[in-house]
Structure formats: structure tokens, C-alpha cells
Design a protein around this ligand. Structure first.
Ligand code: IFM
Length: 440
């Protein structure tokens, strides 16, 4: 790797991230059904119809997984707490679920890892999905109730709490593009979900503040967007895409507004009196999490209804996901956020990583592509800090190979290889390289 810990400010945190449904094993510990279980059980949605029933069995193997983080010299662990595990029907508490997160957080602290909790990383309880999920405003208050329940149990020991992971994926990817649960392709449902997921963030923040909890924020995903060519149509399509994907959430949370280019399509479908929610949505946060993976080239497509655009991957080298590797996009977002939206508010790179078709050979995994990727993105983060962005940490996605949503177990993002038959963990070469780079 082309950096060491000494290149970063003294308190800069290095860590890795995961999410509950992707690793825990949802058939254990009394967790309730989620909309991802039903999405996966519907033919055509997920590669081989795979779901998170067993995943990495982290539910039983979390001690071994946390040892891996500690042994790598990591400072922090970003994890999520499953709503459907804690409240299987979205309303009533499953004590076994709370006990699990209690043990998990204590085990992090025993290993000197700072717990970075995410409240919602996508496993919506089916009982709430049945009532319209994120298209229904009531889901926001149910989420605030879940926030109370889980915070009353572990809020005294977590270092930081993010409300929602990647609201764009929860809303647009899942209700407009149909790639994630609930798999809708409906602009009205999308507009409602785009607003309600922000409101859920705001209501959860209100509950956290009522309890006097600090170090709370939200995790947004950003996609570097360039026009495909020099035409005016491509320029305007890129602006529209940037508004839907990158600006909708950050503008709402930091300024209490939605970008005009996105409202041009969504306004007619928004819930009544949505403007009245913007103050709660834009209340003060303590940090912003930034998830960054790739860039897109965008062009106009007038043959399609709004947003009249088509997007394609940029020309550079691609990961196993087919995503272009473009490290400077991370520098660019971190500095853009500091300049245009958050000023000196602490930023964390809460996800960055790549999938590759990794194989175990002679008991080891050699992944030079990932070593380069991580090195280049952490160096891009350093450049953003040098240019004035207040970035305080970097979390690799992901600690383990895991359930990659609609791609099932096919795409391997982990720094640790998981054999999904035996569940054996094998740290990859990138794990060892990062460990050397961040050794104190
Ligand atoms: O696996 C996902 C994660 O759940 C959210 N951010 C992107 C990752 C890679 O697709």
C-alpha cells in the first residue's frame, strides 16, 4: 500500500464495515421475515434465489470475526442492527435479538474496537412491507420506535450511530429501478420513499437527541457523474442524475431543500405537505458517512419518460461488479461535500471497496487488484484531507465476503474470504497489506 498510518491525522480511524442481513444469518435468534426474504424467494430477482438465512453465520461466529478486526489493528467496526431481529414484526420486541447486540457491542469493546452502529441497512420487517413499507409514512414512526428500543439497550456503549444506510438505494434503486427489495418500478412509490426515508432519518435523530445521544449522523452513497460527451443534452442529463443520486439526500439533510432538477419529476407524486417535514429532516447532525464506489457517464434519452437519461460505466478498469475504478471521484466528493454542504462537519468514508473473483489457493488468497484499489482510495482520501475536508476515518467494505443482495453470494467484497459451504474464513493478501500499512 502507498500510505502508512503516519500519513493521517493522529485520531484518524481505520476500520471495516458489514451489515446485519448480509452476514448474520437471519434464520437464527428469532429474527422475523423481511422484504429481502420475499424478494429473494421470487424468481428472477436474486442470483440463484439466494437469501440471508445463513449468510456468514456471524450470529454464532462473531467472536472470531471481531478477532480478525482486532488482529488487523483496526480501530473501529461499522455494523448494523437488524430491525427485524430486534422487532420481528416491526413492532414487538424480541429479547433474544437485543441480547445478541448487547453481546456483540461488549465483544467489540473488549477488543478495543469503536462500535459504529447503523440503524437501518435494508432488512425491513415483512409486516411493515405489507403495509406499504417506505411508501407509507407510518413506517417512519415505526422506525423511530425501533430507534428507541435498540438505543435503550446499546446506546450507552456505541461510539457513533448512523440512522440510514444509503437512502438512495432504499428509495430509488428499490422503487424506481426495481433492483432491490421491494422491486418496484413506480415513480409515485419512488417519490414517497425518497421523502419518507429522509423523514425516518429525521424522526430517528429527534428520538436520539431526546435521549441526549451524541455522535449521530447518516450514511449517504455518492456516484461520480460525468456527461458522456460535450452535448448540452448530456450536460443536462448529468445534472439531473447528480440531483437524483447525489444531491437529493445531502441537500435535504444539510439545507432542508430538494434539488429542482429532481423535483421536476417527483413533485407531482410527493406526499401531501412534505415541506412541513423539512425542518426535522435538516436538524443538526454530528457527522456524515460517505459511501463511494464508482462513476457513471450519463447521456440524454428523450425516448424515455422523465428523467430522460441513460447511464453507463466510465471507460476505466472494472471490478467484478462491472463498476469502473475511479479513485479521484472519492477525493472529489469529500472536497465537494466540505465546500458545498457540510463545512467542517466530520466526514467518514463509511464504505469503499471492490468485488473480485477471489480464489483460495494453497490456503491463501492473493488479491493484488484489491490492494491497489484500497491503496488508491485511501490515498485519494488523504488528498481530500490535504485539500481541507475534515475526514476522520475510512472503513473498508467489507470485512467478510457476504450476501451481495441481488447478486447473492457471487460477488466477493471481503478482505477475508468466506467459503459459503464450510464457513471457513481466510484473510486475503489485502487484509495483511492493510494491517501492515496501519500498524501503529
Ligand atoms: O454490499 C453493499 C452494501 O450493503 C451497501 N453499499 C454497497 C455495498 C456493495 O454493493
Amino acid at each position: 500500500m502507498n500510505f502508512t498510518r503516519k500519513d493521517f491525522p493522529q485520531d484518524f480511524l481505520f476500520g471495516a464495515a458489514t451489515a446485519a442481513y448480509q452476514i448474520e444469518g437471519h434464520q437464527f435468534g428469532g429474527a422475523g421475515p423481511t422484504h429481502w426474504d420475499t424478494f429473494a424467494a421470487t424468481p428472477g430477482n436474486v442470483v440463484r434465489g439466494e437469501d440471508g438465512a445463513r449468510a456468514c453465520d456471524h450470529y454464532h461466529r462473531f467472536a472470531e470475526d471481531l478477532d480478525l478486526l482486532r488482529d488487523a489493528g483496526m480501530d473501529a467496526y461499522r455494523f448494523s442492527t437488524s430491525w427485524a431481529r430486534v422487532m420481528p414484526d416491526g413492532r414487538h420486541v424480541n429479547v433474544e435479538g437485543l441480547d445478541f447486540y448487547d453481546r456483540l457491542v461488549d465483544a467489540m469493546l473488549e477488543r478495543g474496537l469503536k462500535p459504529f452502529q447503523t440503524l437501518y441497512h435494508w432488512e425491513l420487517p415483512s409486516a411493515l412491507a405489507d403495509k406499504g413499507g417506505w411508501t407509507n409514512r407510518d413506517t417512519c414512526s415505526a422506525f423511530a420506535d425501533f430507534t428507541d428500543v435498540i438505543t435503550d439497550r446499546i446506546g450507552d456503549r456505541v461510539h457513533a450511530i448512523a440512522t440510514i444506510n444509503e437512502p438512495w438505494c432504499v428509495a430509488f434503486l428499490s422503487h424506481f429501478l426495481g433492483h432491490h427489495a421491494p422491486g418496484l418500478r413506480d415513480i409515485r412509490a419512488t417519490a414517497r420513499a425518497m421523502h419518507h426515508i429522509n423523514l425516518a432519518h429525521g424522526m430517528a435523530m429527534t428520538r436520539l437527541r431526546c435521549k441526549g445521544i451524541n455522535n449521530c449522523g447518516v450514511v449517504l452513497n455518492f456516484d461520480h457523474t460525468d456527461p458522456l460527451d460535450d452535448s448540452a443534452g448530456a450536460a443536462s442529463a448529468a445534472q439531473t442524475w447528480d440531483a437524483i443520486m447525489n444531491r437529493w439526500f445531502v441537500e435535504a439533510v444539510t439545507k432542508g431543500t430538494y434539488p429542482a432538477e429532481a423535483l421536476a419529476g417527483f413533485a407531482a407524486h410527493m406526499p401531501d405537505s412534505w415541506q412541513d417535514d423539512m425542518a426535522e429532516i435538516s436538524q443538526k447532525i454530528d457527522f456524515m458517512g460517505v459511501n463511494y464506489y464508482t462513476r457513471h457517464h450519463v447521456t440524454e434519452d428523450k425516448s424515455q419518460p422523465w428523467p430522460h437519461l441513460a447511464s453507463q460505466e466510465g471507460p476505466g478498469a472494472k471490478t467484478q461488479m462491472g463498476w469502473e475504478i475511479y479513485p479521484d471521484g472519492l477525493r472529489s466528493f469529500l472536497t465537494r461535500l466540505a465546500t458545498d454542504y457540510v463545512g467542517d462537519l466530520p466526514l467518514y468514508v463509511t464504505e469503499n471497496g471492490m468485488a473480485w473473483d477471489d480464489r483460495v489457493e494453497n490456503g491463501a488468497v492473493y488479491d493484488p487488484e484489491r490492494m491497489q484499489f484500497v491503496s488508491d482510495h485511501i490515498t485519494a482520501t488523504k488528498r481530500a484531507i490535504d485539500q481541507g475536508a475534515n475526514v476522520q476515518g475510512f472503513f473498508y467494505w467489507s470485512l467478510l465476503d457476504n450476501y451481495e443482495w441481488a447478486f447473492g453470494y457471487e460477488k466477493r467484497f471481503g478482505m477475508v474470504h468466506v467459503d459459503f459451504d464450510t464457513l471457513k474464513r481466510v484473510p486475503k493478501a489485502s487484509y495483511h497489506a492493510l494491517k501492515s500499512a496501519i500498524a501503529r
